[in-house]
Design a protein around this ligand. Structure first.
Ligand code: ADP
Ligand code: MG
Length: 240
């Protein structure tokens, strides 16, 4: 589904991605782990061109998203993204947050969009919150709404950048559970997280990133139980 070839990114002459080549298969859950500042967010943001790669290509569903002539907005419709911060529109209700893009971008009628939104709210366990404003929600609830909003566009892949890092500990589980359900349904997912339990249980493949490179990758059981790279070992010894 996604082919990444020789991806480089520099900011002001400082190279933060130093040549990454990876493939993400349809239905796969790829979990990216690694120390802070290693380039995980930059990598994820290059996948939907929130960052412009300095070199290399990203081909998503046969379309080269790094090609200046490609319609990036159209491509992004198929790539849902959930960030650490919740990014909900504060002056819109939950249901408005979820239906806005499907109506504006996909051309759904309000009734169609709301029907879909209610089923998504049910999926994330927040049916009763349809008409409240984001400010009245807990962090965990906001993040579940952010996931529902991304899903409303019926993306083919979901990108998650530390979706639980800003949450109080007691709310982490409810968000991870929604993500687990998504993975079970076969959603293709690329997830940056420090939640090693989730990575081990839900990940099909773990990528360990350090200093702008993927130093090691493999099945969770192998990476967590038998890391080969010294830097992976060191990182895991600190977080496990
Ligand atoms: P991670 O998500 O693994 O913590 P990031 O991708 O956020 O790492 O950052 C990797 C490196 O790139 C860091 O040194 C960071 O300071 C730098 N960086 C990220 N975004 C920018 C930016 N917009 N401008 C300049 N430097 C940036
Ligand atoms: Mg980051």
């Amino acid at each position: 589904m996604i082919h990444i070839n020789n991806l480089h990114k520099e900011f002001n002459g400082h190279e933060v991605l130093k040549g990454i080549s990876e493939n993400v298969e349809k239905g796969e859950v790829v979990v990216i782990i690694g120390p802070s500042g290693s380039g995980k967010s930059t990598f994820l943001r290059c996948l939907n061109r929130l960052e412009e790669p300095s070199e290399g290509t990203v081909v998503f569903e046969e379309k080269d998203i790094t090609d200046k002539n490609s319609d990036i907005n159209k491509i992004r419709e198929n790539m849902g993204m959930v960030f650490q911060g919740f990014n909900l529109f504060p002056h819109k209700t939950v249901i408005e947050n979820i239906t806005l893009a499907p109506i504006k971008v996909k051309g759904l009628t309000r009734a169609e969009a709301e029907k879909k939104a209610y089923s998504l709210l049910e999926k994330v366990g927040l049916s009763e919150k349809a008409n409240v404003y984001p400010s009245s929600l807990s962090g965990g609830q906001k993040q579940r709404i952010a996931i529902a909003r991304a899903l409303a566009m019926e993306p083919d892949v979901m990108l998650f950048d530390e979706p639980t890092s800003a949450l109080d500990p007691e709310m982490v589980g409810e968000v991870l559970n929604v993500m687990k359900d998504l993975a079970k349904e076969g959603m293709t997912m690329v997830v940056v997280t420090h939640e090693m339990g989730f990575a081990r249980e839900v990940g099909d493949r773990i990528l360990f990133m350090d200093d702008g490179k993927i130093l090691e990758e493999g099945k969770p059981a192998d990476i967590f139980s038998n890391p080969k790279n010294a830097r992976t070992k060191d990182f895991l010894s600190k977080v496990l």
